[in-house]
Structure formats: structure tokens, C-alpha cells
Design a protein around this ligand. Structure first.
Ligand code: FRU
Length: 469
């Protein structure tokens, strides 16, 4: 759609539908969500010139995966966010089927976006361009057009550039599908953002000791933390296991060392990044004080997303909370950022048997639990966590068929940090060694009840609202 018709339609959709969205009792009180329409991947997460910027895939017109724009929020403190002008709309020939995911960099003092221009043809085929846009004086973005065409040997599924600066070069990881329909991550290098050289494949299905591992790797991100270089990726089509990779599209990490000359990435096995029902397309950035933060989309494509009750209120999906990453014994760990503690209201404590614990208001909650397991956590009869000595199990009914679905984290858990919002629960296990993120749609106010004979220590806080302004 041309910007002359898309922009008025977006304005009308926001004016008509935003009241219903914001008044929905499932609308988050402190997570980032679309004011109307559909949100998916976080994009362009960056600290630039004293502010954090977080962009997002946004269809303002409805709850379908169409008309993808880049919405834009800005924050000085990672807690309070402000709406910014829409950054990108699919209004050029090279991005007409969507301004797809990408990243942001500081190009010599100019906030610059690198995104995928997606083009679908009438015969069902598609192509993709990697494109640039620069911030202008009105806080909007001027498109500079495509800088990378489809590389030889790949299908039209090439997207989601993540760019970073190292030494005198720019580097990019790019998600791709090769002509044998195998998912890959490409590494590119440039002296300036216009002229890119493809160095080669650094990971993917059939590479680096992995067997068949999916038909398309989306949303790669690469960074060094501690002694490891981590690659985050979303390998679509990776085989479901009994207790892992159960979402229709999972998100995963690899740990290793990168030789960018060959190029070669030596890495270990593929690990699931989050074992909950909803987590996808995360992106990381560095804070002003050098922390590596991650934010993900608390959704998954193609699941039961359109059966979520929020669709009737003209909005769908939210982001995860912001998380700080750390590297512990070769494992990528995630913990809620310290800034979120500012949302805590007066704290309460409980020590004793789970069975004797009082019901806890779970509407907006942070809960720290210490125990050896043997406890059931029942969130409003809608989401049930079974904490055993050597595993955690999450149970939730299908929104379509009503049958129970399960997710698992395997290992001995002694400490849980649980963050709840009106329709989400994020469980951090053993200080972030594992995470399970899920949406749920309880009647409000939602209560959490604990069951079991096991002893536990609980420390908990209601969280105050913190909405985008
Ligand atoms: C992942 C994804 C990306 C793409 C974007 C489109 O959720 O499919 O690969 O760029 O969403 O919205």
C-alpha cells in the first residue's frame, strides 16, 4: 500500500481500536504491547545518544501478519517508554510486502536502520532486499534503499540482518534458506554500510556438527560474552523432541568461537533459549554500562495465536520483559534487568509448607521462591507449574481444542523468580539458567495458589503499572 493510503488507514485503526485494546483486562500493565493490531519481533534495539530505542514489527491495521511496519519506542531508563513516530512503512517497490526485521547502528552519529524489504509476487515466489534508513530531524526515518540483493544460491527467504561494529568493520549475520531448503546463517562484512561482502555460511542445518536442523533460520544475533561467542537464532523446522523444541517455531543458542577470516564458527550443540509456550525472535544490545540485554517476542508464529482472546479487543502479542544475559559455565543465562525492581510495591514474605501459603494476587507480581521442589503453582486454574525435584512442567489448555499442552525444563531447580503481568508469566530458573515464558488468559483478578507438602521461602511484590506514554 502507498504511504498516502496506508498512513490514514493506520491513524483510523488506532483511533477506532485503541480504546478497546487498552481497556482489555488482558492488556499488560508493565510489558510493551501494541496499542492496537499485531506486534511481533523486536527490532533495532540500541542505546544511541543517551536513549534506548526499541522498534517492533507492527501491523496497526489488524491482528493478521500483514502490512508490517516498524513501530518505535524510546526510553531513557529502560523502564519508562515513549511512543515515537512510525519508523518504516512498506511503501516502496523494494519493501512493498513488509518492512521486515532488522537492527540499528550508530553510523558516525546517525541512527541508522538495516532491515529486510520483503517482496511477494503473485505467483507465490518472493525476493528480499536488505535496506537502509537514516533518522531525520523529525525523529522519523528516510529510506536510503536496498544495499544487498538476494545472494546466489539462496531462495527468497533471506532476512533479518543484525549488524554490529568490530574494529574497522561492520559485520552482519543474516538468516537464510539455501536452494536445498536448509536453514543457514550468513556472515557479511563491510567498510561502510552500503557495500557488503558475503564471507560465507557460519552455522545452520547440516553445519558445524549439527544434523538436519530446519528449513529456515530466522532472526540471528551474534555477540561475545565472557569467553564465548554466542549465536542466537530461530531455526524453523527443527525436529520436535520429547521435551524440547516443542513450539512450532523455537528459538535457540549456540556457543563457540568465530574466525571471521575463513569464516568459521566452531560451536557446541543447539540449546533452547526459552522453554515456555511463547518466545521467539529475540534481539540483544549493549547498555551504556556494558550489559548485554535481550528482549523477545512473547509469541510464536503459526501456533494458536489467532485464537487468543485479545483479538476480539483488536490487539495481539507483547514483548518479554527486558533481560540481562550472562555466560555461566558455558551456558547462556537470562535474568530480568535490575531496573525492573523499581516496579516493586511493598514486599511480603512467607516461609513454611506450600499448602499453608496464602493465595497470592498474580495480576502484576514478582515472586522469588526457594525450595527443593514438590510444589504445584496454580495460576488461576489456567496455567499450572509442577515443580519436581529434577524438572519443571508447565501445563496449559489449548485455546482451540481444550486439551492440555505441556512444556518442560529438565534439571534440579532450587530457585525460581517469576514475573507476572495481566496475561503473561515468565519463570526464571536457578538465576536464569532456564527460562519459561508463556501467555495465559485468566479471568481477573488472577490468583496464584501453591500446593504441596514441601517447605518453601517466598518473597513477593505487587508490581505497579508502567505504560508507554
Ligand atoms: C520472525 C519473522 C522474521 C521476519 C518478520 C516478519 O517472526 O518471520 O523472519 O522478518 O517476522 O514480520
Amino acid at each position: 500500500m502507498a504511504s498516502s493510503t496506508l498512513l490514514p488507514a493506520i491513524l483510523q485503526a488506532v483511533m477506532q481500536k485503541m480504546p478497546a485494546a487498552l481497556n482489555d483486562h488482558h492488556y499488560p500493565g508493565w510489558h510493551l504491547a501494541p496499542v492496537t493490531g499485531l506486534l511481533n519481533d523486536p527490532n533495532g534495539f540500541i542505546h544511541f545518544d543517551g536513549h534506548y530505542h526499541l522498534f517492533y514489527q507492527w501491523n496497526a491495521l489488524g491482528c493478521e501478519h500483514k502490512h508490517k511496519c516498524w513501530g518505535h519506542w524510546r526510553s531513557a531508563d529502560l523502564l519508562h517508554w515513549q511512543h515515537q513516530p512510525i519508523a518504516l512503512m512498506p511503501d516502496e517497490a523494494y519493501d512493498r510486502s513488509g518492512c521486515y526485521s532488522g537492527s540499528a547502528v550508530d553510523d558516525d552519529g546517525v541512527l541508522t536502520l538495516i532491515y529486510t524489504g520483503n517482496v511477494k509476487f503473485d505467483d507465490g515466489t518472493r525476493t528480499a532486499w536488505q535496506c537502509l534508513a537514516q533518522q531525520n530531524s523529525a525523529a522519523g526515518f528516510d529510506k536510503l534503499g536496498p544495499v544487498i540483493a538476494l545472494p546466489e544460491g539462496y531462495t527468497g527467504h533471506v532476512r533479518d540482518p543484525k549488524v554490529w561494529r568490530q574494529g574497522n568493520h561492520w559485520y552482519m549475520v543474516l538468516g537464510a534458506q539455501d536452494r536445498q531448503l536448509q536453514g543457514k546463517v550468513l556472515l557479511l562484512r563491510a567498510e561502510n554500510l552500503q557495500q557488503w561482502q558475503l564471507l560465507g555460511e557460519i552455522a545452520g542445518s547440516g553445519l558445524g556438527g549439527l544434523g538436519p536442523a530446519g528449513y529456515m533460520w530466522e532472526c540471528p544475533d551474534m555477540f561475545t560474552l565472557g569467553d564465548s561467542t554466542y549465536l542466537i537464532c530461530c531455526p524453523q523446522g527443527v525436529a520436535r523432541e520429547e521435551k524440547r523444541f516443542l513450539n512450532s517455531h523455537p528459538s535457540a543458542w549456540l556457543s563457540g568461537t568465530l574466525d571471521d577470516q575463513t569464516p568459521a564458527y566452531r560451536h557446541g550443540p543447539l540449546h533452547e533459549l526459552d522453554a515456555g509456550f511463547e518466545f521467539y525472535a529475540p534481539q540483544t544490545t549493549l547498555t551504556a554500562d556494558g550489559r548485554r540485554l535481550l528482549v523477545g517476542w512473547m509469541g510464536t508464529p503459526d501456533g494458536e495465536e489467532m485464537a487468543q482472546p485479545t483479538v476480539a479487543h483488536h490487539w495481539i502479542h507483547q514483548m518479554t520483559c527486558l533481560r540481562e544475559l550472562s555466560s555461566r559455565d558455558g551456558k547462556l543465562c537470562q535474568q530480568p534487568i535490575a531496573e525492573l525492581q523499581a516496579l516493586r510495591e511493598a514486599g511480603k514474605v512467607y516461609q513454611g509448607r506450600a499448602d499453608d501459603a496464602p493465595p497470592i494476587d498474580a495480576q502484576r507480581l514478582e515472586l522469588l521462591l526457594e525450595s527443593q521442589g514438590g510444589i504445584e503453582l496454580n495460576f488461576a486454574d489456567t496455567l499450572i507449574v509442577t515443580w519436581q525435584q529434577d524438572a519443571l512442567q508447565l501445563a496449559r489448555r489449548s485455546l482451540v481444542t481444550g486439551e492440555w499442552h505441556y512444556r518442560y525444563w529438565t534439571g534440579a531447580a532450587s530457585r525460581l523468580q517469576i514475573l507476572c503481568d495481566h496475561s503473561s508469566v515468565e519463570i526464571f530458573i536457578n538465576d536464569g539458567e532456564g527460562v519459561m515464558s508463556s501467555r495465559y488468559f485468566p479471568t481477573q483478578p488472577a490468583w496464584l495458589t501453591l500446593r504441596g507438602r514441601a517447605e518453601l521461602q517466598a518473597h513477593y511484590w505487587s508490581l505497579r503499572r508502567c505504560m508507554v506514554e
